[in-house]
Design a protein around this ligand. Structure first.
Ligand SMILES: [Cu+2]
Length: 422
């Protein structure tokens, strides 16, 4: 007798990745030779001592359990359950988590399915192996300027800027931008999750030759001999210019702390006020360096851009969790309801029901004249937010209120929480 598990409604091993939000899972018996009665099985972590850990949810309750018992029909019909990573027990390598299915009566192991609790982590806490896999995937995607990273650089320009900055859509647009790159990197190495730079804490291990580089007296980054970023080119000029304006070994950037940032929206947590974070800490973090990252049209030439923006996105995610801001129909969560052209609406791209450039591939005014990079990269885990998403599809990223909107990423210090019963 053998058991099989399907994650995220996709039988492919490429779908065996979970975060903190419960995902749909099906367990079934395959090869039931000799069996006539339903088989009671127990699901658990194969190794509870190390590696990523998961917990199990029945369809009826929202309480995670370390083990769960199910009755599996001999017809091979699947049983439904949900699985989530155990908060603060993420994986550090692909397949270092595994679900074991045992026969509850005989203790025979019917199947072991490896998976990964894949979580966006603080860059300062990555293992050397996690760091090197990330750098290798990034360098592979850029391919010394011949790869598709150039599309990302060419999106974040003067012409594209009004789509992404200075209004309500700033946070959802950059959430999608990050997600797009992360999915591209995952297509190269599925163990990758975008790391974030906590710019309000010193991150000495990030600003080294082994990771994001150290500027020479001219501001040009120097890398260690094995760092694949040493070959970084995005627009014909090799190298990255990033002079620093703070001591990266002992100080953090001169930005609002996380605690102050989370209060920008006030005690009543209004999105429109919280969005002030676009100035400080976001803009201030950008200008804590000189060089390309300090200016919108060139910022993406420096891959630190994505670690900076992962932290901006994490701050939004933490604010959303802390104040339960997932209801897209609430103006507390997102004030610009409706779409461009409605009375009182924002400019196009900054309203809940607007599609987002460039992923909508629209190049007629008022959109920019080109839309580099095509539609959003797909994911084997979820069809959300769609290939040409609307702004509203980026908000309930964990599927707190509507599970199908789950985008397939989580942060190491932002849990998933079921909504309070109303
Ligand atoms: Cu930007």
């Amino acid at each position: 007798m053998r058991s099989e598990i399907t994650f995220n409604s996709n039988a492919s091993p490429a779908a065996r990745y979970v975060g903190w939000a419960p995902v749909p899972v099906q367990v079934q018996l395959a090869d039931t030779t000799g069996a006539t009665d339903p088989v009671t099985v127990r699901l658990r972590n194969q190794n509870a001592a190390q590696g990523g850990q998961v917990e199990f949810f029945t369809s009826a309750t929202n309480t995670g359990q370390a083990e769960i018992e199910l009755s599996l029909p001999v017809t091979g019909e699947p049983a439904d359950l949900r699985i989530a990573g155990v908060f603060q027990r993420p994986s550090s390598a692909d397949g270092d988590a595994a679900v074991e299915v045992v026969d509850a009566n005989t203790s025979e192991v019917l199947g072991v399915t490896p998976l990964m609790v894949r979580i966006r982590k603080n860059a300062a806490t990555l293992s050397d192996a996690e760091r090197d896999r990330f750098l290798t995937a990034l360098a592979t995607f850029n391919d010394r300027g011949r790869g598709r990273y150039g599309d990302f650089r060419n999106v974040h320009t003067e012409a594209g800027s009004p789509e992404a900055h200075g209004s309500t859509g700033f946070l959802p647009w950059h959430r999608n931008f990050l997600l797009d790159l992360e999915r591209e990197l995952q297509a190269i190495d599925p163990s990758i999750a975008m790391p974030y730079w906590r710019f309000d804490q010193p991150a000495p291990s990030l600003f080294t030759g082994d990771f994001m580089g150290v500027p020479n007296p001219h501001g040009t980054l120097q890398f260690s001999a094995v760092n694949p970023l040493q070959f970084w080119v995005t627009d014909g000029t090799p190298g990255i210019v990033r002079p620093v304006r703070f001591n990266t070994q002992t100080q953090h950037a001169n930005v609002f702390s996380e605690a102050s940032t989370l209060l920008l929206g006030g005690q009543d947590a209004q999105y429109e006020a919280f969005r002030q974070l676009e100035g400080n800490p976001h803009g201030t973090a950008h200008t804590s360096f000189g060089g390309s990252i300090s200016s919108i049209p060139t910022a993406v030439k420096d891959p630190l851009f994505f670690l900076l923006h992962a932290n901006v996105d994490r701050l939004w995610a933490k604010w959303q969790w802390h104040f339960q801001r997932f209801d897209v129909e609430s103006t507390d969560t997102f004030p610009a309801q409706g779409k461009a052209g409605d009375p009182g609406a924002n400019r196009v791209g900054h309203n809940l029901d607007d599609t987002m450039w460039p992923w909508n591939q629209v190049t007629t005014p008022p959109r920019p004249p080109t839309a580099p990079g095509g539609t959003l990269a797909p994911s084997p885990l979820t069809s959300a937010p769609g290939l040409s998403p609307e702004v509203g599809a980026l908000i309930d990223y964990q599927g707190v209120l509507t599970p199908p909107t789950r985008l397939g990423f989580d942060y190491d210090d932002v849990p998933f929480e079921f909504p309070a019963a109303s």
